[in-house]
Ligand binder design. Structure first.
Ligand code: FAD
Length: 473
């Protein structure tokens, strides 16, 4: 019997486990054990339910354009649990110059695709708009080396687009410093668009035209850009475990070391438990994976040690709807660093995902910290609540006392893809070819989003199966 061990029960490790379950249910002669160091599964995904409120500690939705998460939900029988964003309240705001300004219609990931709303928006100054339009004429990049998001946006669209859009919206997704984050590893579609069309605006317009022309040919999609599950993303975690009866899920089992011996891999836990395996998938955060790999693959361990993680915090507040002083007529707002606020972004959760708050209540979720103001996320819970309530009062005019306030600090949790990240990961993957039966999965490598991690977990599982079946390592 072939033995597989997965180390780490975040979504990447769980997706791999579910892939093995499909083999096990067809009678494959193998054993699969998933070892999770924590006392619960899901890693960064963690949903709490309280008095009808659905509160997410970390991720609250996933992008539908990358299909892996939706596909997994369908395989798990969660089709009818999937839910999109409220079509009635799609505006997003940017807090600039002391007020909330609507993001103009047709702005697609900072690239203007509609002339009139862009020309009329008070979000950008006239010189800022003219500079953004220069994108139409600026030549493409000559070499294909990686660069930072800031350098890319400054080059194509100018400083104002960087400060008001790219930094709060795009770097914000990664809780990252735009001067350091790799454009190639985080927004490869921009690099591709520039390569193909030279201008981002022309490229985006061509894409829109192609989509319109293909609209009649493809079945209409019922998915909004961001999707989630009715009772929170924790539903996905619970369903994987429930639908994988032949996988042994073990929580509270922290792996301390991994060794290669003639009979295969030996995984040791902190409590002394030891188990032999033919194949191992390490699906822990990069810094932990580095420690596990250190004695076996020191070169790869060194590279993984260099991957930075920053702290973020989420503060979720519930209020009585009656008499609430703000209409919450949108999905929320982002705050450029220059504005000097504690909050990076605020999601008006009960407007974006109405089922997340019970009847008669509204809920907001604020995001703090990240690479540019990590020290804020590391403050104590009471201070974080005070800072958030002060910002909400000054930005949105909310003076009411919340019915609850839930603070979660995600210390050193958000992985950072700095310039040249993909080259570093390529060399780790090349090095790992020297260790047949050992595979890596998770957010440290080729994408941080939930669909990326699921896809990466699936790929690690497929590679494991090929290895066990004697094909390629
Ligand atoms: C605050 C926050 C908000 C986010 N928001 C979104 C969002 O809205 N949408 C989106 O798509 N993505 C979002 N992300 C990103 C996404 O949630 C993560 O990239 C993804 O969940 C990571 O999954 P993973 O399996 O790679 O790692 P993890 O979830 O980190 O799982 C790794 C697991 O390994 C375990 N482990 C660690 N050490 C050991 C050990 N020695 N032995 C055994 N087990 C061990 C850990 O306990 C953990 O369970 C967010 C991330 C954060 C932090």
């Amino acid at each position: 019997m072939k033995k597989i061990i997965i180390i780490g029960g975040g979504i990447a490790g769980l997706a791999a486990a579910y892939r093995f379950q499909r083999e096990l249910s067809e009678g494959a002669d193998m054993e699969c054990i998933l070892l999770e160091g924590n006392d619960r599964f899901g890693g960064k995904i963690s949903t709490e339910k309280s008095d009808g409120f659905v509160i997410e500690r970390g991720p609250d939705s996933f992008i539908s354009q990358k299909p892996a998460a939706i596909q997994l939900c369908k395989q798990l029988g969660l089709d009818d649990r999937l839910t999109g964003t409220n079509p009635g309240a799609p505006s997003t705001f940017v807090y600039t110059g002391g007020k909330l300004v609507t993001m103009p219609d047709g702005l697609s990931l900072m690239i203007p695709t509609k002339f009139l709303p862009f020309a009329l928006t008070p979000l950008f100054s006239m010189p800022g708009k003219i500079r953004m339009a220069f994108d139409l004429f600026i030549p493409g990049k000559e070499d294909d080396s990686d660069e930072s998001l800031a350098s890319f946006v400054r080059r194509r669209m100018g400083e104002e687009a960087l400060n008001k859009m790219a930094e709060p919206m795009l770097a914000g997704i990664y809780a990252s410093d735009p001067e350091k984050m790799s454009i190639r590893s985080t927004f490869p579609m921009f690099v591709e668009t520039e390569r193909k069309h030279r201008s981002l605006i022309l490229g985006m317009l061509a894409r829109k035209k192609a989509m319109l022309m293909n609209a009649g040919k493809r079945p209409p999609t019922s998915y909004s850009l961001f999707m989630t599950l009715k009772e929170g993303l924790g539903e996905m975690v619970d369903a994987i475990i429930k639908k994988s009866p032949d996988v042994q899920f073990k929580s509270g089992t922290k792996v301390s070391s991994l060794e290669k011996r003639p009979d295969g891999w030996h995984v040791k836990l902190e409590n002394g438990w030891e188990r032999q395996a033919d194949a191992v998938i390490i699906a822990t955060p990069g810094t932990i994976t580095a420690k596990i790999l250190q004695p076996i693959a020191p070169d790869s361990a060194e590279i993984l040690k260099g991957i930075n993680y920053v702290s973020t915090a989420t503060v979720t507040l519930g209020y009585k709807k009656e008499g609430f002083s703000h209409p919450l007529d949108g999905f929320g707002f982002v705050v450029p660093k220059k504005e000097g606020r504690s909050i990076l972004a605020c999601t008006w959760t009960s407007s974006k995902f109405p089922h997340r708050a019970p009847e008669g209540y509204v809920m907001l979720r604020c995001y703090l910290g990240g690479a540019l103001q990590e020290e804020i996320a590391e403050k104590d819970e009471e201070t974080l609540e005070t800072l958030v309530r002060k910002d909400l009062q000054e930005i949105m005019g909310i003076k009411e006392t919340p019915v609850f306030c839930k603070v979660f600090r995600n210390l050193k949790s958000n992985v950072q893809y700095h310039v040249s990240h993909s080259e570093k990961i390529d060399s780790v993957m090349e090095d790992l070819k020297n260790f047949p039966g050992l595979f890596l999965a998770g957010s440290a490598y080729r994408g941080i989003g939930i669909p990326d991690c699921i896809q990466n977990g699936n790929q690690a599982a497929e590679a494991t199966l090929e290895f066990l079946n004697g094909k390629s390592p």
